[in-house]
Design a protein. Structure first.
Length: 348
């Protein structure tokens, strides 16, 4: 996290969050000064589902948490909303620690400021699409004409206009997930928590839902915490990614940072098969400008290699790399692009 980011730019902050399952978990944490190892917890007969997690989610970003099955990512996102009660730590939202908040105030935050979407759609089978989307507004005691108007707007937003009176059983899996997304947006959440929302869908529908998700984010600019175990999905959606293992976060960074500078062997293994042209930018492979060579045009520094490859491989001369002001800050050669394109991720 950039230290220059102002404190009020954070939508959600976790500080030293633990979720330990088993008897006397709080006592065991205290005995080890709130820093027990994974092995020490296991020796005490406890499961450290979330271990000492500290992270900061910026307003308006898509923050992806990923890891293998059992890494603790789903438990962590439920700790963020206190659907699961953390054993220790702080979860700060809008300057307030949710773990110290009275239950009635927490319920109000969930109803009015948090949207949640999970892998299983949990639609109400006896309600139509319109009824499902409007349900959170009914819980808020919004009058019927207003909630129906708002629900219809959301149904159109997620591409289901014309299916307002369908029941969940009459919809495909992708359409049901769109209903779940629309329902979660009905409360106009300030933070949106999504736990593997597309993992139950077949690959084609999953890709379509990712496209839809990115389109919605371009319109709504929500703060999003998105859980997945699929790195390809993560690099497509994320501004930043946190990788978890055994309940702990082992690295946080942009997709490009994780690929080019993995903090551990586990992260390196996780990212080894990722298509590097989709992740690496011109900035990451540029070299200082050679004034003796005429540049064959230029590209912005954040341009992905896959987007400039067709031009670069057909050029003998290097291509200039420019910053946000259009100033040339480096150059990228044909050979550098080819190295990225043919990289196989072979182990040393």
């Amino acid at each position: 996290m950039n230290a220059a980011v102002a404190a009020d730019a954070y939508s959600l902050i976790c500080k030293g969050v633990w979720k330990v399952f088993g008897p006397n978990a709080a006592r065991v944490l205290a005995q080890h000064d709130s820093k027990p190892s994974y092995e020490e917890l296991a020796e005490a007969g406890l499961i450290g589902a979330v271990r000492d997690v500290t992270l900061e989610v910026q307003q308006g970003e898509i923050f992806v948490i990923m890891g293998l099955s059992g890494s603790g990512k789903s438990t962590l996102v439920r700790c963020m909303s206190r659907l699961i009660e953390p054993t220790a730590g702080e979860v700060i939202f809008e300057g307030q620690d949710l773990l110290k908040m009275p239950e009635k105030d927490l319920i109000e935050i969930r109803r009015h400021k948090m949207g949640m979407v999970f892998q299983h759609f949990a639609l109400l089978p006896h309600l139509t699409v319109l009824g499902n989307v409007a349900f959170p507004l009914e819980e808020q005691r919004v009058d019927r004409p207003t909630r129906q108007r708002l629900a219809l707007e959301l149904i159109e937003l997620v591409g289901l206009k014309g299916r307002e009176n369908y029941y969940p059983r009459e919809l495909s899996g992708g359409q049901q997930q769109r209903v779940g997304i629309a329902r979660s947006l009905a409360v106009k959440p300030e933070i949106w928590l999504l736990d593997e929302p597309f993992s139950a869908l077949d690959p084609l529908i999953r890709r379509e839902m990712q496209d839809e998700f990115l389109r919605l984010q371009s319109v709504l600019q929500k703060t999003i915490v998105f859980i997945t175990h699929d790195f390809n999905e993560a690099i497509r959606l994320a501004d930043r990614i946190a990788i978890m293992k055994n309940g702990a976060i082992i690295q946080i960074g942009t997709p490009e940072e994780l690929v080019t500078n993995p903090a551990t062997d586990h992260v390196a293994e996780f990212t080894r098969e990722i298509p590097r042209p989709k992740v690496l930018s011109a900035r990451s492979v540029m070299v200082p400008v050679d004034d003796s060579v005429t540049l064959a045009g230029s590209v912005p520094a954040e341009t992905k290699i896959e987007d400039l490859a067709a031009v670069a491989v057909n050029q003998q001369a290097p291509i200039g790399v420019t910053d946000g002001d259009g100033k040339v800050i480096g150059q990228i050669t044909r050979d550098a692009v080819l190295d990225v394109l043919v990289y196989k991720g072979a182990k040393e």
